[in-house]
Design a protein around this ligand. Structure first.
Ligand code: RP5
Length: 171
């Protein structure tokens, strides 16, 4: 098993359905990661130790997801010099409190806040950062971007020819 480069952490197992999307993306790119449930308010001691030891254990960055007042991403960032990417968790019965909590990180501690439930983009940003020093990963990521590009061209070709047929076929 490769040493994890990315730590995917979240405040509760109730976040796992969303945060697992980051793990799936990292799997696609062959990036080693670990997944942990670490709560800023229920296990603050574990959060402190995890963040403080992360770099020495070989992690290169952390993706942190939390809902509610969502302290986990910002507090984790304050205990490590690794880049921390925040995923504000938003459920239907939530407001936008987690997003605002994360995006409003005061100056001095950087936190890269994604859109609400943006676990996939969190993983893509992680890949971009890791690819700066990993040519193989950079090639895979470039191929991924090219594939997305080509998919849009193909869809555009079909829609521009006959959008009604396209719409009916997709329905
Ligand atoms: C946050 O509170 C967690 O990140 C989760 O999004 C939310 C609710 O947690 P549970 O009550 O479902 O454990 O700390």
């Amino acid at each position: 098993m490769n040493t994890p480069k990315v730590g995917i952490i979240m405040g509760s197992d109730s976040d796992l359905d969303i945060m697992s999307q980051a793990a799936t993306v990292l799997d696609e790119f062959g990036v080693a990661y670990e997944v942990r449930i670490i709560s800023a308010h229920r296990t603050p001691d574990v959060m402190d130790a995890y963040a403080a030891e992360a770099k020495d254990r070989g992690l290169q960055l952390i993706i942190a997801g939390a809902g509610g007042s969502a302290h986990l991403p910002g507090m984790t960032a304050s205990h490590t010099i690794l880049p921390v990417i925040a995923v504000p968790i938003k459920r239907e019965n939530h407001g936008h409190e987690a997003f605002w909590s994360n995006i409003k990180m005061p100056p001095g501690i950087a936190l890269a806040t994604m859109p609400e439930n943006g676990a996939k983009n969190a993983a893509l940003l992680a890949v971009e950062i890791l690819a700066l020093q990993d040519n193989q990963l950079a090639k895979k990521y470039t191929a991924f971007r090219q594939k997305q590009h080509d998919t849009v061209l193909k869809v555009d070709e079909e829609v521009s020819k006959d959008w009604q047929s396209y719409l009916n076929r997709s329905a």
